[in-house]
Design a protein around this ligand. Structure first.
Ligand SMILES: NC(=O)c1ccc[n+]([C@@H]2O[C@H](COP(=O)([O-])OP(=O)(O)OC[C@H]3O[C@@H](n4cnc5c(N)ncnc54)[C@H](OP(=O)(O)O)[C@@H]3O)[C@@H](O)[C@H]2O)c1
Length: 300
């Protein structure tokens, strides 16, 4: 195994690299961490090739590229460009997690999967999922992860449905999944969505209450509601931070999974993926699928 210094190059298409990810990478064991901001897709090849040719091939596994930003598809495109830039035997590892969304979505889907299995003896196959905050990065990644597992996913639009149609079209093209856009702009529309859903992922903006206890009275089939928003008020009224399969207040059958129960698994998933990159004997290329497979083992 190479004992070269672990170096992480953090590429972000946004103005700042995420301090959260810098801390996570340092705590996982990276000794040198360099942020590159405002990075364009077309610049990835040059940066990656600059990194690989400076170390002997056997030390390439100690070099990592982390792709951040705030756009899931751009992060996947940058990851693809980074992989295509490699010139064997010169290698490095790549991990994409824009705005922490891949590891957060992976953790949310894994936590809910555990409650579905343990409390309701159910899996994702055919399970009806509604996603609030579907146009965000966490909502997008959770829609694809759960649909790939066999769930029937609705993308809830809170202001115009066009962007949800676009997301559904792209997800079909890139991942082969069928996602259904639905309008959830007012209580009447939300209540119809809730009445149909068996699982709700609430991945809306921080500090925004999206579903009230009154909305949840429409739930007749709802088994689990998860909320990733840790900033008060909760995205789902009555959601507690560490709730993990307990009944939601005011509900007779609906259980809740709160943001810090999800956050705990998210944190461990991101940390363990960094550690995997540092200790691997072969270069790693990690996206939301790898995050989900790992999160599943962490909740078990
Ligand atoms: N628990 C954890 O470990 C963890 C980790 C990371 C992130 N988070 C949380 O995850 C959530 C999503 O993060 P993100 O990065 O995906 O955010 P994002 O990309 O900004 O997406 C936010 C989503 O919320 C929607 N939204 C905004 N206001 C709304 C409203 N009034 N009703 C319904 N939907 C509304 C947005 O719709 P528009 O596109 O129309 O604006 C968008 O779909 C945030 O609450 C964040 O704090 C939690």
């Amino acid at each position: 195994m190479s004992d070269a210094t672990p170096i992480l190059h953090m590429l972000s298409p946004t103005k700042h690299a995420s301090p959260f990810d810098v801390n996570m990478a340092a705590d996982a064991g990276y000794k040198v961490i360099v942020p590159y901001t405002d990075v364009e897709l077309g610049e990835v090849t040059g940066l990656v090739q600059d990194a690989i040719f400076s170390r002997p091939p056997q030390d390439g596994v100690r070099t990592g590229v982390f792709i951040g930003g705030k756009d899931a598809l751009l992060a996947l495109d940058m990851m693809k460009a980074a992989k295509e830039a490699l010139v064997p035997p010169f290698q490095l590892s790549v991990f994409a997690d824009p705005a922490g969304s891949f590891t957060t979505a992976a953790a949310m889907v894994a936590c809910v999967e555990k409650v579905l299995k343990n409390k309701f003896n159910r899996d994702w196959n055919g399970t009806r999922v509604a996603i609030f905050g579907a146009t965000g990065v966490v909502g997008f990644a959770s829609s694809v992860i759960s649909a790939l597992e066999g769930a029937k996913v609705q993308l809830v639009a809170h202001r115009g449905i066009e962007r949800c149609y676009k997301a559904a079209e792209i997800s079909k093209e890139r991942f082969g999944v069928d996602l259904e856009p639905v309008l959830g702009e007012n209580d009447a529309q939300k209540n119809v969505i809730i009445a149909n859903a068996e699982v709700i992922f609430c991945a809306a903006a921080a500090g925004v209450q999206v579903l009230s206890t009154a909305n949840l009275q429409s739930a007749t089939n709802l088994l689990v509601t998860a909320d990733v928003n840790a900033v008060p008020p909760p995205g789902v009224e009555g959601m507690e931070l560490f709730m993990n399969g307990d009944l939601l207040p005011g509900c007779r059958t609906t259980t809740g999974v709160g943001p810090l129960a999800i956050g705990d698994i998210k944190y461990k998933t991101e940390s363990d993926l960094f550690k995997r990159m540092i200790s691997a004997s072969e270069p790693q290329h990690l996206d939301f699928r790898d995050a989900f497979h790992l999160a599943r083992t962490l909740v078990a």
